[in-house]
Design a protein around this ligand. Structure first.
Ligand code: HEC
Ligand code: HEC
Ligand code: HEC
Ligand code: HEC
Ligand code: HEC
Ligand code: HEC
Length: 498
């Protein structure tokens, strides 16, 4: 006779699959849910036109992570089940057995399955949305309002107002994503504790290299020829005389048989320009080196005062950002901001000296917070233009200019954020293109005379600007003869000329 007291459940328990247990079942639900989310995310990834660089992380990291955990649970459940079965084979009821014939268990199984699938879907989408949001212009520019407002305001005026912050500040790929998140966490803490630096220090040291960022959209092979740029000014005289310079910028000039020359020569394939800046802001450049990448020859230029060698690790290879350091956040000078309003007609040219007075109103030393500004600006202008019919509109406009130009709380404006693209209000190109940098043979940097970077086509007031001269003309400085010992930014600082 076999065992006289068989356990009622022993027989079915032995023959059933080891996968028939609660742990494996939960794992299975997890895996199926993850697979489903994965399929959905892949679909979004392929169909969304406006690609988010991090969609990939969720699609190809987070969802598969859940899938793998689910599969691990399926097998772990089976393994535990088998071990249990071996240990107590035929002797005790199975611990984790699923009993589909028990209506109570059946209901629980169905409820748990629905709950688990819903939870998974929501959590995958939730986390995706969270990250999507943390990468959005809205989050970067508006939620962190106090800290980022100046950049957000200036960004909206720029050529890149439709390029997301993260396209320049992070870019695609997991490595930079993680760096950015670590960095972002520091920033969030600093923001919460309110101890972030004001102004936010630049140049940003951990900015991603320009090759990865700018060249995604502007690849050097497609750089075109010269571009025609006009600079429209209003002189600070009584009559607010309009004054313009129109010039052809020699961005790219092709020379037969040799690599492309012109301003974008600095980023050409065959040569590289390196430099050492002795200050944090990279405004003081005493040393630079041009290396021919093909034959390895190089020439070093240095200022007479600089005798040493630059410290290792502090030599920087020039890229887009050394000239275009303000591609998205140009802080206009007070002069430019006022000139723009005069040109647009939102400030009246009829008020005598308004160019000068508006700039002065903006630059009052007494203004220390944004909240102070409207009253101080109004008082200043009222005292200058008693009874003028244009006064109320003028006050409103100058107050508006203030809010988008000077950011006292962040200590952010053009005075702390130089733009390196030109040479008038900041040293810019003249950091290197002056007659002070020489090789050991005494050669100076070529292309430092007024015609090597641009050709002035027209200049002057009113009708004079219509007279184009294709051969180019010498610059007639409205501020009087130029002293060769002074650079432009010795006098021009964005405010009233010294
Ligand atoms: C076209 C590329 C680009 C875009 C788009 C962009 N930035 Fe920048 N941003 C830069 C570069 C380049 C710098 C570095 C300037 C430097 O190092 O001198 C910078 C600097 C900054 C700084 C440091 C302070 C300063 O003014 O230099 C902040 C803050 C900042 N960006 C925030 C933002 C926010 C917020 C957005 C979106 C609203 C954004 N950026 C969009 C390229 C970009
Ligand atoms: C996502 C694409 C994208 C990225 C990344 C990008 N740009 Fe641009 N950039 C544009 C577009 C689009 C325009 C053209 C805007 C227009 O025609 O008005 C533009 C315009 C410009 C201009 C002309 C500016 C002007 O005022 O007309 C410069 C200079 C420039 N970009 C430099 C850069 C630099 C430097 C970087 C890297 C920090 C960069 N861009 C990154 C898309 C991009
Ligand atoms: C030596 C300084 C310098 C470097 C380096 C440099 N640029 Fe420029 N770039 C200029 C100047 C100057 C202009 C003319 C526009 C102006 O005066 O505002 C210009 C114009 C441009 C324009 C606008 C062209 C147009 O038709 O509107 C783009 C886009 C541009 N640069 C992208 C880049 C990119 C991308 C890099 C890096 C691969 C780069 N630049 C490197 C100085 C430089
Ligand atoms: C870090 C130093 C540095 C800065 C900043 C710089 N340059 Fe240069 N540039 C050089 C050097 C070095 C050369 C090569 C000089 C030589 O070979 O004698 C050069 C050459 C040039 C050339 C001649 C290219 C050719 O056709 O051979 C032009 C044009 C030029 N630069 C324009 C500019 C403009 C415009 C700016 C500002 C937006 C600027 N550079 C900023 C270092 C610099
Ligand atoms: C190394 C190249 C380079 C040299 C050399 C150079 N410039 Fe320029 N200049 C530029 C660039 C780049 C700009 C455009 C700045 C911008 O796009 O905002 C510019 C702009 C100007 C402007 C218009 C500025 C404004 O805001 O109205 C004038 C005027 C000017 N240059 C005069 C001169 C004179 C005079 C000399 C000779 C002493 C000279 N430049 C030498 C590169 C150069
Ligand atoms: C000695 C001081 C001084 C130097 C150096 C100087 N400027 Fe001026 N500049 C002035 C004064 C003063 C005015 C007249 C300002 C006015 O009426 O608004 C002026 C006016 C101008 C204007 C027209 C109005 C404006 O504010 O933009 C331009 C453009 C200009 N200068 C460009 C240059 C350039 C480019 C250089 C360098 C090559 C230079 N300046 C060097 C003092 C100087």
């Amino acid at each position: 006779m076999p065992d006289p007291t068989p356990k009622p459940s022993a027989a079915p328990a032995r023959s059933r699959s080891p996968f028939n247990n609660w742990i494996s079942a939960a794992g299975g639900v997890l895996a199926v849910g993850a697979l489903f989310s994965f399929a959905l995310l892949v679909w979004i990834d392929f169909t969304s036109g406006d690609k988010n660089p991090y969609l990939g992380i969720f699609t190809y990291l987070v969802a598969p992570g859940f899938l793998i955990s689910g599969l691990v649970a399926v097998f772990a459940g089976a393994w535990l089940q088998r071990r249990y079965a071996i240990k107590y084979a035929g002797e005790s009821p199975d611990r984790w057995q699923l009993k589909f014939d028990d209506p109570r268990q059946r209901r629980m199984i169905i409820l748990a399955t629905i709950g688990a699938v819903a939870f998974l879907l929501l959590s995958v989408f939730g986390s995706y949305q969270t990250y999507h949001y943390s990468e959005s212009v809205q989050f970067c520019g508006e939620v962190c309002h106090r800290a980022m407002n100046p950049e957000f305001v200036t960004y909206q005026r720029g050529a890149h107002a439709r390029v997301d912050c993260v396209d320049c500040h992070i870019g695609a790929g997991a490595e930079w994503f993680i760096k950015a998140k670590i960095n972002g966490t520091h920033q969030l803490i600093a923001y919460t504790l309110n101890n972030y630096s004001r102004p936010i220090a630049t140049p940003i040291k951990n900015l991603r290299p320009a090759q990865d960022i700018c060249e995604k959209c502007h690849w050097p092979e497609k750089f075109h020829g010269n571009i025609d740029v006009s600079f429209e000014h209003v002189l600070s005289d009584r009559g607010n005389t309009p004054y313009a310079v129109r010039m052809l910028m020699r961005v790219n000039t092709t020379r037969a048989g040799s690599p492309a020359g012109g301003i974008h020569w600095h980023v050409n394939r065959n040569e590289k320009v390196e430099y050492f800046a002795s200050d944090e802001k990279r405004q003081d450049i005493p040393w630079m080196r041009v290396t021919n990448k093909r034959d390895g020859t190089s020439r070093v230029y240095r200022t007479a005062a600089y005798k040493g060698e630059p410290p290792a690790g502090e030599i920087r290879t020039m890229d887009c950002m050394d000239c275009h350091n303000r591609p998205a956040h140009v802080f206009p000078t007070a002069n430019e901001a006022v000139e723009k309003s005069l040109a647009a007609g939102t400030l009246s040219l009829q008020l005598p000296n308004i160019k000068r007075e508006a700039v002065k109103a903006l630059l009052q030393k007494e203004i220390t917070t944004a909240a102070d500004a409207p009253q101080k600006i109004a008082d200043y202008l009222r005292a200058k233009y008693i009874g003028a019919p244009e006064l109320p509109a003028t006050i409103t406009e100058v107050q508006r200019i203030y809010t988008v130009t000077v950011f006292p709380e962040r200590k952010a404006d053009w005075r702390v954020y130089p733009n390196n693209i030109g040479h008038k209000d900041w040293p810019g190109c003249f950091r290197c293109h002056d007659d002070k940098h020489k090789t050991s043979l005494g050669e100076t940097v070529r292309s430092s005379d007024c015609r090597s970077c641009h050709t002035i086509l027209a200049q002057g007031k009113a009708a004079e600007i219509e007279l184009l001269n294709a051969k180019g003309m010498d610059f007639q400085h409205p501020g009087g003869d130029l002293d060769p010992d002074l650079t432009c930014s010795d006098c021009h600082n964005g405010g009233i000329q010294k």
